[in-house]
Design a protein around this ligand. Structure first.
Ligand SMILES: *Cc1c(COP(=O)(O)O)cnc(C)c1O
Length: 409
């Protein structure tokens, strides 16, 4: 058992960002007594989001999940309709559509960017396909030109699950502006947050009015406030999807610091990327790939290890050195609900399965300083994978003939 050297601090995996003005804004809302949402801080947060994403219509929601649920309601899905999406994503990407009776059809991802594989996407399309959900994993854009071309050929909309991608671009255009709809997350684990929150970006003008109604319990209350009707009524399906003003105040304070948050995160991300390049090449470890024409959002820094047993060994190795690292998504097509409500594209999702078993996320947040990022890099540089270890050079070696856990099972 290795003990972290004296003087090193534990590096926590995640600490939610704290914005300088958040306490003041929260106090102001509480004093105002105007708590239910759609108030001045909601307007401020929506305006800031519009500025970052270029999206003209921003509806704040209690989560990214609820934004996806509004998107699913807007699609008027019927049982048996299909929505194509990556397998390597978070449960609500699929659940929001399955709730409407649609079948999530799971597509594989590229082994380098971990975003939607267009070949697999094409193979998944049928005459029942009603939408494509593009997830910009780690805030690296999907190949949007190709995906939009495929969607246009089939006359179906693209919906962006942009939970990771705020501030990222594809060919110099912000993510969140490519789909008819895009869902943002402000969960405490995201770059900026309000504990739990989200937004629906409505880029298709024709959907704005109905999205507003669905978010407000299926009523046309917004028309009443605009003086267009003298009483508001229940006019459509909907739910209670308006973000409370207290959380909007927290979100506004965070979004005002967005540029500084992003600068901090990018600096840490670059420290990892520079510091780990040679080691990763030697050890057969894949670092994040950001293709030409895409600028990422520094949401995650991840490593894909050559084998599953390398991952558990690495997590132990880092823990012993005071570094909290963790795994990420399990491929949805192999999950209990994924098997029950969805199906895989022809050819399956072998890359998603491989990556789910081998990926590690490193600490990346604004409470982390440069010295701690260097501590993380140093801890990694002393680790050897089974694939990369020249025998006897590292603290852990495995000779070619020794059995792997899978072979023993
Ligand atoms: C975080 C996340 C969500 C859900 O966000 P909530 O705001 O917690 O509902 C959806 N999709 C992806 C890819 C996520 O990472």
């Amino acid at each position: 058992m290795t003990i972290a050297p004296a003087g090193t601090r534990t590096v926590p995996f995640h600490v939610p960002h704290t914005a300088a003005k958040q306490q003041r804004y929260l106090a102001e809302v509480l004093e105002s007594g105007d708590l239910d949402g759609n108030g001045p801080y909601s307007a401020r947060a929506a305006e800031l989001l519009s500025g970052i994403t270029g999206s003209p219509h921003v509806l704040l929601t209690p989560s990214c999940t609820s934004a996806l649920e509004i998107a699913a309601l807007l699609l008027d899905l019927a049982p048996g309709d299909e929505v194509v999406m990556p397998s390597f994503t978070f449960a609500p990407t699929a659940s929001a559509f399955a709730l409407r009776g649609a079948v999530p059809v799971f597509v594989d991802c590229h082994p380098d960017t971990l975003t939607l594989d267009e070949e697999s996407l094409r193979a998944a399309l049928t005459e029942r396909t009603r939408a494509i959900v593009a997830v910009h994993y780690a805030g690296v854009a999907c190949e949007m030109d190709l995906i939009r071309r495929i969607a246009d050929e089939h006359g179906i909309p693209v919906i962006e699950d942009n939970a990771h991608g705020l501030g990222a671009t594809y060919r110099d255009r912000p993510l969140g502006g490519f789909g008819a709809l895009a869902a943002q997350s402000f969960h405490a684990t995201k770059n900026v947050h309000c504990g739990k929150g989200g937004a629906l970006l409505v880029n298709d003008e024709a959907l704005v009015d109905r999205a507003t109604i669905i978010r407000d319990r299926g009523t046309d209350r917004h028309r009443y406030f605009l003086g267009q009707v003298d009483k508001y009524r229940w006019v459509d399906l909907g739910s209670s999807y308006i973000l409370p003003e207290v959380l909007a105040a927290l979100l506004a304070a965070q979004l005002e610091e967005f540029d500084a948050v992003q600068r901090h995160r990018h600096r840490l991300w670059d420290t990892y990327h520079r510091g780990l390049a040679d080691w990763a090449a030697e050890q057969g470890v894949a670092l994040p790939a950001v293709p030409e024409g895409r600028a990422h959002s520094a949401h995650l820094y991840h490593l894909v290890l050559p084998a599953e047993e390398d991952r558990s060994a690495l997590l132990d190795h880092l823990r012993e050195r005071g570094v909290q690292a963790t795994i990420h998504f399990q491929a949805l097509h192999t999950s209990p609900a994924g098997l029950r409500y969805g199906r895989s594209a022809p050819g399956g999702c072998p890359v998603s399965e491989r990556v789910a078993d081998r990926l590690v996320r490193l600490p990346l947040h604004t409470a982390l300083d440069d010295a701690q990022a260097e501590q993380v890099v140093d801890a990694l540089l002393t680790f050897r994978t089974g694939a990369g270890a020249p025998a006897g050079t590292g603290p852990r070696t495995r000779t070619a003939g020794s059995p792997r856990r899978k072979d023993l099972a």
